[in-house]
Design a protein around this ligand. Structure first.
Ligand SMILES: [Zn+2]
Ligand SMILES: [Zn+2]
Length: 286
């Protein structure tokens, strides 16, 4: 078989069965990760399986981003409005990021060995393993992944690693941070392609409308008094359905209806989103 073993699987998120009736208990297994129903002989349901394979497939590009962040001059959340660079003494390399990348490699080796190295071949467990990206690809395509009796340990290890990775990396240019996952048990920072309508959370697997996530972010910023540049305020408000552009905000400042509360490292004035939002609402209600 030359082709990668990609089992055809139902798309995650559409496979939530309605409450199962108990007629055929012998035909269902229990997902060791989420406790939901799964196919007999499997240890993980299609949804958890899809999420975990998705992480393994995403990791090569996340690793590229982590690599960029080893450089201490890159700044966290660079493209996200509202993050201000703190002046701090630069270190040549970010050791926590390096540690994290090592942890990812260790986890990939452990999973790959679990799936591919026969325990009866002790030399195979010594030092020999394929390059990281190849291991990730092999594991993501392995049909045995969803039959591992100890899958829950691996799943949870990868899940918390994904959280940490997404916390560290800046997002690729085509994607941007849009706000936190509305699931109160999750709350991970979500990213979406520019113009995307819906977004699937890579950690909890739920799907949300981008507009809802943005509105949640807007509320959070209004409540907390966070400040942004005129352009960032306008962009966020527009995404939430308000008519607003940066020039209007600047003209409000000239007319004394709005006062900046500080400036960013580039010297651009920062406005409290709550103030700008207040002006927009006031204008629209007149
Ligand atoms: Zn599951
Ligand atoms: Zn989530």
């Amino acid at each position: 078989m030359n082709e990668q073993t990609n089992e055809s699987q139902p798309t995650p998120n559409q496979t939530q069965p309605a409450q199962t009736n108990q007629n055929k208990p012998a035909l269902a297994g229990v997902c060791l990760v989420c406790g939901g129903e799964c196919a007999v002989g499997d240890t993980m349901c299609a949804r958890c399986d899809g999420l975990m394979r998705g992480w393994l497939r995403e990791y090569p590009s996340w690793l590229d981003s982590l690599h960029e962040f080893l450089d201490s001059t890159a700044h966290y959340g660079g493209r996200q409005p509202g993050r201000v660079n703190l002046p701090s003494a630069p270190t040549p390399i970010r050791l926590p990021v390096l540690d994290h990348m090592q942890a990812i490699e260790d986890a990939a080796i452990a999973l790959w060995r679990r799936l591919y190295a026969p325990p009866a071949m002790p030399w195979a467990t010594c030092d020999v393993h394929p390059p990281l990206v190849d291991m990730l690809r092999a594991c993501a395509g392995s049909p045995r992944l969803r039959r591992m009796p100890d899958i829950a340990d691996f799943y949870h290890e990868w899940e918390s690693m994904v959280r940490k990775t997404l916390d560290i990396i800046d997002v690729p240019p085509a994607k941007h941070g849009i706000g936190r996952c509305p699931n109160p048990l999750c709350g991970v920072e979500l990213t979406a392609a520019v113009g995307a309508v819906s977004v699937a959370c890579p950690v909890c697997g739920n799907t949300y409308l981008v507009a809802d996530v943005r509105l949640g972010f807007l509320r959070e910023c209004v409540r907390s008094g966070r400040a942004f540049t005129a352009g960032e305020c306008a962009e966020l408000l527009r995404e939430c359905g308000f008519q607003c552009n940066a020039n209007t905000i600047r003209s409000w400042r000239k007319r004394g209806r709005l006062q900046p509360v500080g400036e960013n490292v580039k010297g651009q004035p920062l406005y409290r989103l709550s103030d700008v939002h207040g002006q927009v609402v006031r204008r629209d209600s007149i």
